[in-house]
Ligand binder design. Structure first.
Ligand SMILES: NC(=O)NCCC(=O)O
Length: 414
């Protein structure tokens, strides 16, 4: 069986394990069981009619005496590209709008308050090709672009916060960014969060023109002052889009404080940590990643971030295999190829108590609806106290030394 035919780990366990073992395996693998969420029949019917998977779960928190529950619902949407990668660009974007639009309608039927889409959801993940054309034409203004306008309509219509990760074109300087636009349920653009870690791994070579010493350049740039950190300076380093400059912004929405840690940022524990230090209660991780590269890491990283930071995390990955007309190589001595491999979906939500929902399918479009009581964050923080016991001042002091050129590791030798 090929990787793209394997439906999901959970399905495999359900099919093959006897009930008693299954319960234990699930407890150990997934933590405290997340209860199934009853979803309206009209939503179930619509999902089946539109041929996507619909799953619902809920995380519970203890009833408190002084605070009412803060129950909200998030929706995670994963999907494949709709048209071939060489179809006219506007047709591709419109087809994606219409696909995701029908999925958001079902999310609304399920009472979703905050919906998040996958990384650069309006386009194929074309950065692997290293070609600029026609892919940069998918970039749009975060504030004024058609995709943002489309999401604003959805947000107003369904009273839903929409997190829309796109390829952003900042028109003033024609600078490109990989950006999540956060649209309030009022329909206003609340702000944006730009991808702040950019991969240089295998076909995920999103900075192929960039020198490997970018980190050193960036660090010295910080040392030299903000002037040199302007996009004009860094622009010379980057091929597709710039390393984000929006810091670890948290967005206060009507339904809770949210942050967006885009794809490759999930490998960086300090990245999650900083969003959480700014008060994020839910951190979304819109991603695009393939099986051969990252699948064993996928169930661990966002889940660990939820545990370590006393918050909820939502990991979203696209599905399918995207084929490109021109062959490309990965700079690893292997043959040139037309595709990236299989994007394995498997979107899921993790809670601060270490439990997690089962993932969506590895092969199908899907909507995961998850109800959570945000009171759980503080309850788990009071129990485990990672924030209280962390030695942040000490780490900060040591880290500020460790990033310096003249750093000497603290190693005792005989
Ligand atoms: N989109 C993206 O940053 N992918 C990098 C590969 C990974 O982080 O799994």
């Amino acid at each position: 069986m090929s990787a793209c035919e394997f439906e999901s780990l959970e399905d495999c366990l359900e099919t093959h394990l006897p009930q008693a073992e299954l319960t234990e395996v699930k407890r150990i693998l997934f933590g405290k069981e997340t209860k199934k969420l009853e979803l309206p029949a009209c939503a179930v019917e619509a999902a089946s009619e539109h041929d996507f998977e619909l799953k619902g779960y809920r995380f519970e928190a203890a009833q408190e005496q002084l605070r009412p529950p803060r129950r909200i619902r998030v929706g995670l949407i994963q999907h494949r590209i709709v048209l071939p990668t060489d179809a006219p660009i506007l047709d591709q974007i419109n087809a994606m709008h219409s696909r995701v639009g029908e999925m958001v309608e079902v999310a609304a039927m399920c009472g979703v308050n905050i919906v998040c889409f996958q990384e650069t959801w309006t386009m194929p993940f074309a950065f692997c090709t290293r070609e600029k054309e026609p892919w940069t034409q998918f970039a749009e203004s975060a504030e004024e672009g058609n995709t943002t306008r489309f999401c604003q309509e959805l947000a107003k219509k369904y009273n839903m916060v929409v997190v829309s990760p796109i390829l952003e074109r900042e028109e003033l300087h024609d600078t490109l960014w990989n950006t999540a636009v956060v649209i309030s349920n009022s329909g206003n653009v609340l702000g944006k969060s730009r991808k702040n870690h950019i991969p240089r791994i295998g076909d995920f070579n999103e900075v192929s023109g960039q020198s490997p010493s970018n980190y050193m350049i960036y660090s010295s740039c910080v040392e030299l002052g903000k002037l040199l950190c302007s996009p004009y300076f860094l622009h010379t380093q980057s091929t597709y889009y710039m390393e984000g400059d929006t810091g670890h912004t948290v967005f206060q929405t009507q339904f809770g404080k949210i942050a967006v840690n885009i794809c490759y940022g999930r490998h960086h524990p300090l990245n999650w940590f900083m969003y959480s230090m700014n008060g994020a209660e839910i951190i979304f991780n819109p991603s695009a990643t393939v099986g051969a590269l990252s699948e064993p890491m996928w169930p661990i990283e966002a889940r660990n971030a939820a545990i370590a930071n006393h918050c909820f995390t939502c990991a979203i990955n696209r599905v399918g295999t995207e084929k490109f007309k021109n062959e490309f190589t990965s700079g690893d001595g292997k043959k040139a190829h037309h595709d990236f491999g299989h994007f394995y979906g498997s979107s899921y939500v993790a809670a601060p108590d270490g439990s997690r929902t089962p993932g969506l399918s590895r092969t199908r479009d899907g909507l995961l609806v998850v109800e959570m009581d945000l009171n759980l964050n503080r309850q788990i923080s009071d129990k485990w106290s990672f924030k209280m016991t962390g030695r942040y001042a000490e780490y900060a002091e040591e880290l500020s030394k460790a990033v310096k050129q003249d750093f000497k590791p603290n190693i005792v030798k005989e």
